[in-house]
Design a protein around this ligand. Structure first.
Ligand SMILES: O=c1ccn([C@@H]2O[C@H](COP(=O)(O)O)[C@@H](O)[C@H]2O)c(=O)[nH]1
Length: 236
């Protein structure tokens, strides 16, 4: 999945329309090789944009966070695989992970299980009825993702080191909740800088608003890439 250092930065195209997303991709140019299309853009025509991006040599992460009965998840995953996207997310519940593994079987699609959303902290989990810590639930879901045979997980950068310990060197660890030092945290609760995420063992980081809302998105992306490269070199 990571064929060049640039692939370690996945830019979240959380924008209201395909035309706004196309304008952002144009502005970012060669600086960015990997894009994430999430719920907002998918509903607004993002699947056609995904096809165009792939045709243009970019990689696409379809962040649909699937969670449904087994047959639905299996067939939706198989349909995503046919579109040539590189990554797809499902929520990391055992039944869902198993269904996604079946749907991706035999294809190049890599499925990632979302452990605990980076916008959740202990009080959010308690409000949702969970007993136990965020850290324990993240690790439990990482173990279940490994047992289901999917490619890896989405976790907070603050969880990346422990999750890497569970998945080993071959599992994919992808972290949203990344903020360059001094950047607005927004609704993210479990965050770290790009360098900290990579040092902790993330294969790739997802960054949206710190790039897409910047005055100069390409300069923001290049600064993050250079931080990533420094941290990856230090880790090697
Ligand atoms: O736990 C998760 C899972 C997915 N996301 C997605 O990542 C981006 C983050 O965007 P920022 O603007 O950098 O906060 C966004 O598309 C989320 O849907 C996540 O943040 N946390």
């Amino acid at each position: 999945m990571i064929s060049t250092p640039r692939d370690r930065l996945i830019v979240a195209l959380d924008l209201p329309s395909v035309s706004a997303a196309e304008a952002m991709v144009w502005q970012l140019g060669d600086a960015v090789s990997f894009y994430k299309i999430g719920l907002e853009l998918t509903i607004s025509g993002g699947l056609d944009l995904a096809a165009d991006l792939i045709q243009g040599g970019k990689k696409v992460f379809l962040d649909l966070k699937l969670h449904d009965i087994g047959q639905t998840v299996e067939r939706a995953t198989a349909a995503a695989a046919e579109r040539g996207v590189t990554l797809l997310t499902v929520h990391a519940y055992p039944q869902t992970l198993a269904a996604a593994a079946r749907g991706a079987d035999g294809s190049a699609l890599k499925v990632l299980g979302v452990t605990v959303l980076t916008s959740y902290d202990a009080s959010d989990l308690a409000a949702a009825g969970y007993v136990g810590s965020v850290e324990d639930l993240v690790l439990r879901r990482a173990v279940q993702a490994r047992e289901a045979g999917i490619a890896g997980v989405i976790c907070a950068p603050t969880d990346a080191r422990r999750v890497r310990g569970v998945l080993g060197p071959d599992g994919l660890v992808v972290t949203p909740g990344v903020r360059p030092r001094g950047a607005d945290q927004g609704d993210q609760k479990r965050i770290a800088t790009p360098g900290e995420a990579i040092e902790a063992g993330a294969d790739a980081i997802v960054v949206g608003r710190p790039i897409t809302a910047a005055a100069d998105p390409a300069a923001a992306a290049r600064a993050i890439l250079s931080e990533i490269e420094g941290a990856a070199a230090a880790r090697a």
